[in-house]
Design a protein around this ligand. Sequence first.
Ligand code: C5P
Length: 220
Amino acid sequence: MESVIVAIDGPSGTGKSSTSKAVAAKLGLSYLDTGAQYRAITWWMISNGVDVHDADAVANAAAKPVIVSGTDPSRPTITVDGADAAGPIRTEEVTSKVSAVSAVPEVRRLITELQRTIAKGAELGIVVEGRDIGTTVLPDADLKIFLTASPEARAARRSGELKGVDVHATKEALIKRDAADSSRKTSPLAKADDAVEVDTTDLTLDQVIECVVTLVDEKR
Ligand code: C5P
């Protein structure tokens, strides 16, 4: 079977990660969570005392951390300088600072290079999820999906994942992060012209997975 590259983009809380992992597992493809890489570099900046709002300082330090992503969809991993970063990258502090770090062009250049290397090395193909995969990282992807959902649905999903978190506060934080990601100068969150848009507001996760698997099958 021919190798296939699938790009899945969209704002937070649209089900990108759950969908991408499940589709990759079903089809025997690798999986890459690019948000985890931006979170990992943000965690390193915080841990090393770099002011994330000082773009020059972030750019100067950007090449220092060694970020390694494991691409098995049933067990995705991420390490920074050899240390397991899966837990620390999900803290509220990292979530609130990641948009500032990911807007720095040097950060995007380095992480994009890493993502392209990983995608090239995936023999059977890969599902790559993020914000700029279809537009910038892998513009020649075989299939591009852009997932959307209403802000209410996205906030409800996120606060379900993070138990005990207030839905209203989550919604405000999501809207703020999406606005920052969509308005930055370098490769903002955007739908590629040739991407298929899937509104997941009223769909179950299984329905979204089925829809994407069908679209991939049509491409092979
Ligand atoms: O997907 P996740 O919510 O973990 O992404 C965290 C952040 O990483 C996003 O809010 C965005 O700032 C950044 N990101 C990005 N480009 C990507 C993936 C994520 O700028 N391809």
